[in-house]
Design a protein around this ligand. Structure first.
Ligand SMILES: [Zn+2]
Length: 789
């Protein structure tokens, strides 16, 4: 039932319907300022109306103990896992659902067909072999699945999902232990796509493995949708349950491993020199190389026949990923967040050394410190960046891009692209690894929130950081598109056409507009931190964010969620007319004298007798006051009963209307004023603050910021009168380009000075990334984002 309710919510909030959501359908001024009401789910004991977890909030837990072995020759990963699943829900469970994401690459268990973009037609760059995959043996082989005592359990695989029948009903408060043995062929990530796999380097004959979504993972069972078992199509990311992990990876002895969690046996797997460097790094003031470039280059030249086992432990994480290669340089430096030390580390091949050695670990440290200020203090002991020519996040570890030219040089755009992707992917630790939203349903809840804090963090890295996503001006081209190419942000991940703008830029820009233009930094930052604090290590939904932002700030933002998140309206506020008035006290009209004739006004008589009057008249028990006290009867009482005629005579009255000269107080108040009445219209549909900049004849400027609520009673047209001391030369709307206004041609009145050369340069800076200067590497990143990284 819960699931059904949620499915309905998804349907209502999807695409075209959102335009028609009327919470106050009879309103003749529109409904843009009406409360969201039933568009949001009904609050309950699990999730309160304030947006906080309720008194009976619960979530499931899954602990994993995994042993696995990486076979570099056969390119196969074989594992054995013990799962302890805790049923904290009030429901009895008869089966559990697991995710088998590697089935994405399987020819017969392919869920890709559910992703419309791989069915051709829309996508021009679709690979023909993905339409009709050749028979392959990719995907997860389950070789054994038992309970704790070794008794086999029945299971069913449906594409990327596996349902395991429980031997007995799992009651509320109970736990169950399952054991699964599995293996799969590791695929070539660079050729076949996907978020994990290997990259092969033909020049030195080595592999770089990124092992992600690799073990059968529990689906989320929640109060708001039951089991989240929507298929993995390669795009919509993950919904995952928190738990504790112990993982042992057996890999070639000459590999270096980077992983979610803390390593428990560096003393066994590192050389004494490496271990000494690692210990030195614990208190280092600068980045320390634990494996040097020379050592990595040397390791590339031979392949060990023996193996080593690395043991890791990670508590309270939603997932676990790792990387393994003999190509890695490894460096480390501690960062301190609220008195707690966090080891920031990077792993990269020689191909990325020129960029990762100076920047990667320092970008990791800057990211966790900056995000900690805007959300919650980073709670994990390590944070790592791995160069793997992509961009994908997991708890405490992420995979990024940024390689130099063979001679070690790099372009500015590669550098900023690399910094951007590291900040973004490390930032995902907070959203959604800790503030654990359901990415398969709502991409924007992790990508949008993360892109927003990424923007704040980039801006704190360098005041000239060329951030693409965050400034309002960056979303204008998207907002301008025809309506049939847009969906509301509140659209399921798999249904989004323009993934980058819809799931990343538009929500990030919306939060930035709230922060800079609508709420102000102080109110916004407090509320956003409160959301992060309330939902850290829990599963929030969109309503929990919307409600918390209002609850903690005292701002009613329903109009903003309605317009920016539930509709495809754009901002386009126009100046229609400007009326200019000056008071002229000298030219008062001359005083008129004499008389004129008037007739007396006709008495008002209710000639129509309504039902109440009839009933009162017929009710003999009623005594009317004019009958009880007849002194109340006058001319009009008599006229109403035909007892007195209407007086049609004309009477003369004096006609001298005494227009007095305005007194000195009024004269001094308005004497030298310039009065402007400005008419604005809302052409884009979105209600937004109206920001009016006046430029006076003397060249000075003044800005008036009118809150969006000015549109409350008329969502299409408003007028506002300004009384100014000086004569206005020109008026400009939204001079700082804060509201993503899609048509600037109707934003001005009067003589607007042409931008000077300096201003033109600044405009060009702000629009960076929209223009032609996109490097091949940036392009590659954009293509990846279409798949949802
Ligand atoms: Zn992302």
């Amino acid at each position: 039932m819960r699931k059904l309710l949620f499915a309905c919510l998804g349907l209502i909030s999807g695409s075209a319907m959102a335009q028609n959501i009327q919470n106050n359908p009879g309103s003749n001024h529109g409904n843009k300022f009406e409360q969201l009401g039933t568009i949001l789910p009904t609050p309950n004991e699990y999730r309160t109306a304030s947006g906080a977890p309720g008194p009976k909030y619960w979530q499931q837990r899954a602990d994993y103990d995994i042993k696995c072995e990486l076979d570099e020759e056969k390119l196969r990963l074989t594992g054995s896992e013990t799962i302890t699943y805790f049923n904290n829900s009030p429901d009895e469970l008869t089966y559990l659902w697991f995710q088998l994401d590697e089935n994405e690459h399987s020819s017969d268990r392919n869920a890709d067909y559910q992703d419309g973009s791989s069915m051709g037609k829309q996508a021009v760059d679709v690979q023909i072999d993905r339409l009709t995959p050749e028979k392959n043996d990719n995907g997860v082989n389950i070789t054994k699945l038992t309970d704790a005592l070794g008794k086999s359990l029945k299971y069913t695989v449906n594409k990327t999902m596996m349902r395991v029948e429980l031997p007995t009903v799992l009651k509320p408060g109970q736990k169950i232990i399952l054991k699964i043995d599995w293996n799969y062929k590791i695929t070539d990530r660079m050729k076949e796509g996907g978020r994990g796999g290997y990259e092969f380097f033909p020049e030195d004959g080595n592999h770089l493995f990124t092992i992600t979504q690799w073990y059968p993972r529990l689906c989320v069972y929640s109060d708001f949708q039951g089991w989240q078992n929507h298929q993995f199509t390669g795009r919509g990311e993950f919904a995952l349950t928190f738990g504790n992990f112990k993982v042992q990876m057996t890999v070639p002895a000459d590999h270096m491993v980077g992983s979610t969690g803390e390593c428990l046996n560096y003393a066994q797997v590192l050389t004494p020199t490496q271990l000494a460097r690692y210990q030195k790094a614990q208190s280092a003031k600068d980045v320390v190389e634990i494996v040097t470039l020379e050592e990595a280059k040397k390791a590339e030249k031979s392949k060990s026949k023996t193996k080593k086992t690395w043991i890791y432990k990670a508590d309270n994480v939603r997932d676990f990923a790792w990387t393994s290669s003999r190509k890695f340089v490894w460096d480390a430096m501690p960062a301190v967040v609220e008195g707690k030390k966090i080891m920031c580390m990077s792993f990269y091949g020689k191909e990325a050394y020129g960029l990762y050695r100076p920047y990667s670990t320092k970008a990791v440290a800057h990211t966790i410190k900056s995000y900690s200020k805007f959300s919650i203090p980073y709670p994990y002991p390590v944070a790592q960046s791995v160069e793997a020519s992509n961009g994908m996040e997991y708890p405490m570890i992420c995979f990024n891009y940024g390689r130099t030219a063979p001679d070690g040089t790099y372009s500015e755009s590669t550098k900023y692209g690399m910094l951007g992707v590291i900040i973004h992917e490390v930032g995902h630790n907070f959203f959604p690894m800790i503030v654990n939203s359901d990415e398969r349903q709502w991409s924007w809840m992790d990508e949008g929130l993360n892109t927003f804090v990424e923007y704040l963090t980039e801006e704190l890295w360098d005041n000239k950081f060329p951030s693409r996503r965050g400034p309002a001006v960056g979303i204008v081209d998207y907002m301008k598109l025809p309506k049939d190419q847009l969906e509301p942000i509140m659209t399921n991940s798999e249904n989004i056409i323009q993934f980058g703008p819809n799931a990343y830029s538009k929500p990030a820009t919306g939060l930035n507009i709230l922060r800079e233009t609508i709420m102000g930094r102080e109110l916004f930052d407090y509320a956003f931190k409160e959301y992060s604090r309330r939902w850290a290590f829990k599963h929030p939904t969109p309503a929990d964010l919307f409600r918390t932002m209002e609850d903690a700030s005292g701002e009613d933002l329903d109009w903003f969620w309605r317009g920016w998140f539930y509709s495809t309206d754009a901002t386009d506020i126009a100046i229609d007319t400007v009326k200019y008035l000056t008071p002229e006290f000298a030219d008062l009209p001359a005083q008129a004298t004499g008389t004129r004739k008037i007739k007396l006004a006709k008495p008002q008589v209710n000639e129509f007798e309504d039902i109440s009057k009839i009933r009162n008249r017929e009710d003999k028990s009623i005594v009317f006051e004019v009958d009880r006290d007849t002194t109340l009867r006058d001319f009009y009482w008599r006229y109403a009963r035909g007892l007195e005629p209407y007086d049609t005579a004309s009477y003369e009255v004096p006609s001298n209307v005494n227009v007095e000269k305005a007194d000195t107080e009024i004269q001094s108040k308005y004497g030298n004023k310039h009065i402007y009445e400005i008419a604005f219209s809302n052409k884009g549909g979105l209600v937004m603050p109206v920001i009016v900049e006046f430029t006076y004849e003397d060249g000075t400027k003044e800005v008036d910021r009118i809150p969006a609520q000015i549109w409350r009673k008329n969502e299409n047209k408003i007028t506002k009168v300004y009384v100014k001391n000086k004569k206005v030369k020109s008026i400009q709307l939204d001079p700082m380009k804060e509201t993503a206004d899609i048509d600037e041609s109707n934003n001005s009145w009067g003589t607007i000075a042409a931008p000077s050369k300096f201003q033109l340069y600044k405009l060009k800076q702000a629009a960076r990334g929209q223009s032609t200067g996109i490097t091949p590497m940036q392009k590659a990143k954009e293509n990846k984002e279409k798949k949802g990284f």
